[in-house]
Write a protein that binds this ligand. Structure first.
Ligand code: FUL
Length: 471
């Protein structure tokens, strides 16, 4: 073959390889974060005692006075729910600090709780260690109390507060920056120095994953209903955007950007009750275990994570209704996702490579027909048909996210066919459908950003009322 022709033929391959190499991939900290899947949020502070959602910042400190604070009980509830960590509102928009910060005069120290000697972060970080849970912190940049808010000085105050958090309560696994930005006590809005904030955390704790509307490590999903997009890219274009008013449109946050430049996966934050803070009037409005499974399918089941808010009450304990619902939720998951029907089936492969992963000994499959664009598939044949209504697919995301279009085809016992086209897979995709007696399951990659790496799929028969309702 002449050299020119050879080069010409090689060019598309090189371009493709280049594009694949340049694909964003998660950092080790982000990979570990994806595997956390489900963890709790706890909104706690003056609002718990005033029945508000957004405090004004003028509440007297004495208002904060939990009668039986027990962070170990929070952790026991989290464990019983199957959650892997807890993120606490160390400071909400009202500016009240749940730790005795040296950079504020509006803290637990100024309250009569434990004669000003209490420290919620100290108790919770210790309890999380004891119970093997990750500890995360929400700290609102918006501060309706701090006298420096709205001036340049406040950026340094915020940095100093974060320094206290990392030095006294670490390791902090996830740090949560709320995007809300309103006026402070002097009527001015703050111009946040986001770059300084990011640099500070990077220096203090390089393994902490930072959440904000636009990352840098985790993005908001664009809604507070616990729902990721059915198309959910872990990649996002963040150039020119900031958290808060400068964030991309909510629909973009829900779906991410195909071929986005940075790995900034979505996290679904939602409350078990209508409000974020505890309100007695909502004791009978706690989401049911079944509703929580629905949220799990719409978040974790769409490649995102579920950050479920469970607000402690005025005693400083999780209310019995919330804890009963969480236990029920965990039971439903455990009872429904136990026996993988595919476990003993050998796959038929077409242009798919099968291999053993070094990680967890799970089998990985590599689809690599590109660039000649022949469809490739992975097929499982059941000797005796099995009744199923749920298939779980997972990309091996340490190589990036590649699937753009995939077809799931199930040939039924009666010869008819059920199929579903899916766009993204990512960390985990749980697909539910009305039960079918499956004879053959075929997974075909139709379009991808490069080589596709999938873990061995799994399939289940779950309780019919838990399957996703589709219009
Ligand atoms: C929002 C806040 O304004 C809410 O109060 C709550 O903390 C929620 C998680 O984020 O931006």
């Amino acid at each position: 073959m002449n050299k020119k022709l050879k080069n010409l033929l090689l060019l598309p391959l090189l371009l493709w390889a280049g594009a694949f190499m340049a694909q964003p991939k998660p950092s080790a900290a982000q990979l570990a974060w994806h595997d956390m899947e489900f963890y709790l949020f706890m909104h706690f502070g003056p609002n718990t005692f005033t029945d508000k959602e957004w405090g004004l910042g003028t509440e007297p400190e004495d208002i904060f006075n939990p009668t039986e604070l027990d962070c170990r009980q929070w952790c026991r509830v989290a464990r019983a729910a199957g959650a892997k960590g807890i993120i606490i509102t160390a400071k909400h928009h009202d500016g009240f600090c749940l730790w005795p910060s040296r950079f504020s005069k509006h803290t637990v120290r100024e309250s009569k709780w434990k004669n000003g000697k209490g420290d919620v972060l100290k108790e919770l970080s210790a309890a999380c260690k004891e119970y093997g849970l990750k500890f995360g912190v929400y700290i609102s940049p918006w501060d309706r109390n701090h006298p420096d808010y709205g001036t340049d000085k406040y950026n340094a105050v915020f940095v100093n507060m974060m320094k206290e958090l990392f030095s006294n309560y670490g390791p902090i696994w996830e740090l949560w920056w709320d995007g809300a930005n309103g006026e402070g006590p002097n009527g001015k809005k703050q111009v946040y120095d986001w770059a300084l904030f990011r640099e500070t955390v990077k220096k203090l704790s390089p393994n902490t994953v930072i959440f904000s509307d636009v990352g840098p490590h985790i993005r908001w999903v664009g809604n507070e209903n616990g729902e990721a997009g059915e198309t959910n890219w872990n990649t996002l274009d963040t150039a020119g955007f900031t958290p808060g008013a400068g964030a991309p449109p909510q629909d973009t946050l829900k779906k991410g950007n195909i071929s986005g430049r940075a790995w900034v996966p979505a996290e679904c934050d939602v409350s078990i009750r209508p409000g974020w803070f505890y309100h007695k009037g909502e004791d009978d409005k706690v989401k049911t275990p079944e509703k929580l499974v629905e949220l799990y399918l719409k978040s974790v089941g769409r490649g995102s994570t579920l950050l479920l808010n469970v607000p402690p009450d005025r005693r400083g304990r999780i209310h019995a209704n919330d804890s009963a619902s969480l236990v029920g939720f965990n039971r439903l998951l455990a009872a429904n996702f136990v026996s993988d029907e595919l476990i003993n089936e050998g796959p038929v492969l077409n242009n798919v490579w099968a291999g053993k992963s070094g990680l967890d000994n799970r089998t990985e499959f590599r689809f690599s027909s590109y660039p000649d664009n022949r469809p490739v598939y992975l097929q499982f044949n059941f000797e005796t048909p099995r009744l199923i209504n749920c298939v779980i697919l997972k990309e091996v995301i340490r190589y990036g996210q590649a699937v753009r279009l995939l077809n799931l085809r199930i040939e039924k016992k009666d010869g008819s066919v059920f199929y579903r086209n899916l766009t993204t897979i990512g960390h985990k995709r749980i697909i539910t459908f009305p039960a079918v007696e499956a004879r053959t399951i075929t997974i075909t990659v139709i379009d991808a950003a490069g080589d596709v790496f999938l873990y061995r799929p799994a399939c289940y028969l779950i309780e019919g009322n838990l399957t996703e309702k589709r219009n």
